[in-house]
Design a protein around this ligand. Sequence first.
Ligand SMILES: [Zn+2]
Length: 343
Amino acid sequence: MFLKKILAVCVLSSIFAISGCQKKEQDSKEKIEEVSQSGFKMDAAQMMTHLHAFEQIAKQHGGNRAVGTQGGLASADYILDHAKKAGFTTEVQAFENREKTKGQNIIVEIPGESKQDIILLGAHYDSVKMGPGINDNASGVALLLELMAQLSQQKIKPKHSIHLAFWDSEEVGIAGSQAYVKKLTADQLKAIKAYINVDMVGTKDPEILIADGDKSSLDEMEKMLKERGMQEQDYKPLLDGLRSIPSHSGDLALENTLKAFFKAKNLEIKEDVATLTASDTAPFLGKVPVTSVILFNEQMKGDELEFAPCYHKACDTIEQVDPKSMQLAGDAVVHLLISLDQD
Ligand SMILES: [Zn+2]
C-alpha cells in the first residue's frame, strides 16, 4: 500500500469522526471466523508458510525486500520458483521507476478454456525500505501463491484464463502495475474481465475495505459533514477530488459480489474510495472493472493515522498477521473468482 493521498481524507474524517477512518468497536471485529468454500479450500497454514519465507528473505538481506534490493530480487526468485513448481508459464516484465531503480513484474498465466478473456489478480511483492513488509504486502502475495498452488494441485481448468500479477515497486510510485497497464493495447485492456487487487490482507481485527464502485459512500460522507455543520467550501474540494477518480461501469457488479460474500458472514464492511488511488488498482481505474480486498485496522498514533499496526515499519513482521484474516481474504477472492468465471 502506497498511502499518501488518502492521509488527508483520513485525517479530515478523524477530526469529524466519520466512521470510515475510526477504529471500529472490538466486538464487531471478533466475528471473523474461518470459512470453507465448497470444493476449493484456501489453506491459511500454507499462506503463513510463505510469510515465514518472506520474513527470512528480509532478515537475510538487510531487513527489507524493497524494489531493486537483494531482498526484492530474492522475493522475485521465490515467486518464480513456486510458479515453476505449479507448472505455470511466467512472464517477467522489467521496468524502471521514477528513481531509476529497475523493477520486475512477474505475471503467472493459468490458461482457461477460452484464452480470450482474462481475470487478472494482483498483489505487490516489494516492501518499503523501512521494514520486511509482511502484512504490506507479503500477505497479498502469499494469498495469490496459495491460489496458484490450489489451481495446480486440483487441476482446475477455469473457463477464462487467470493471470496472477506480482507487482514490483508499488511502494515507489505504484510503478510496476503502471508500467504493465501502459504496455497494454486497447484490445488487451478489453480482454480483462476484472482486476482484483489484494493488499494488506493479514491485518488482525480488521475493518474490511471494499472498493466503492458507484462512490455512494461519498454521498453519505457529504451528508454527515453537512449535518455536523461543516462549511461546504471546506469539504467540497476533497469530495470533488474523490468523485473525479475514474470508474468503470463494471466496478459496481464486483463490489456487490464481494458485499454479498461478507454479508453472508455477518461481517461489517466499509465502502472505500480513497485507497483505490493508493495501491495497484490506480493504473486500472476506469479502464477495466476493478475491485480490491484490503484489511485495515486504523488507529491514531500521536498525530498520525496508522492504517494497520506497524504499517511501513520494521515491526511489520509475521507477528502482525492473523491467519484468520488471511483465510477470510483468501475465501473472498475465491468467491469473486468463481462468480467471475461463471460467465
Ligand atoms: Zn505499503
